[in-house]
Design a protein around this ligand. Structure first.
Ligand code: FES
Length: 159
């Protein structure tokens, strides 16, 4: 085997290794149950008394997840909640709609910022900039007995 042939096979080997390193995780992710549709079965959880949410103020809330459903791996989820008026509440997933990185709310600009690729959303969850193609994930919300409750199943599992 001459040097040219050896080099050609070395380059092919490196190419195949890189392709496998990138492709196998993508294949696994593609078949993951996280991406499968699930039948919608509501799962309502309280965020707390409505009086703890002053109108207009964005709050970051950690919701404990039922262990029988999400297992030990995912015990809690962070959401953002606010009340545009006395009668309504809005709750967003913290996950960016691009690739799921955790969004941070900036009270100064009243915007959500994604640390991964520069996605920006306004306080209404609308996309302002960056790669996300859709608004923020928004939970189904009810105010029941003066408590804000959300349906954990009303957003995609990855949110
Ligand atoms: S994950 Fe948020 S912009 Fe890419």
């Amino acid at each position: 085997m001459n040097r040219r042939t050896l080099l050609k096979w070395a380059v092919r080997g490196i190419g195949a290794t890189v392709a496998a390193m990138a492709g196998i995780p993508a294949l696994i992710a593609g078949f993951s149950p996280v991406w499968q549709r699930r039948p919608h079965k509501e799962n309502w959880q309280s965020l707390g008394p409505v009086d703890e949410f002053p109108v207009g103020e964005m709050r970051e809330i950690v919701v404990e997840l039922p262990p029988e459903e999400w297992g030990e791996a995912l015990r809690e989820k962070t959401v953002y909640a606010w009340r545009p008026s006395d009668r309504e509440a809005v709750v967003y997933s913290r996950s960016c709609t691009d690739l799921g990185c955790p969004l941070t709310f900036d009270p100064g600009s009243q915007c959500f910022f994604c640390p991964c690729h520069g996605g920006i959303f306004d306080r209404n969850g609308e996309r302002l900039a960056g790669p996300p193609k859709r608004p923020m994930y928004r939970y189904a919300v009810r105010i029941v007995n003066r408590e804000i409750v959300i349906d954990l199943h009303s957003v995609p599992l990855v949110a």
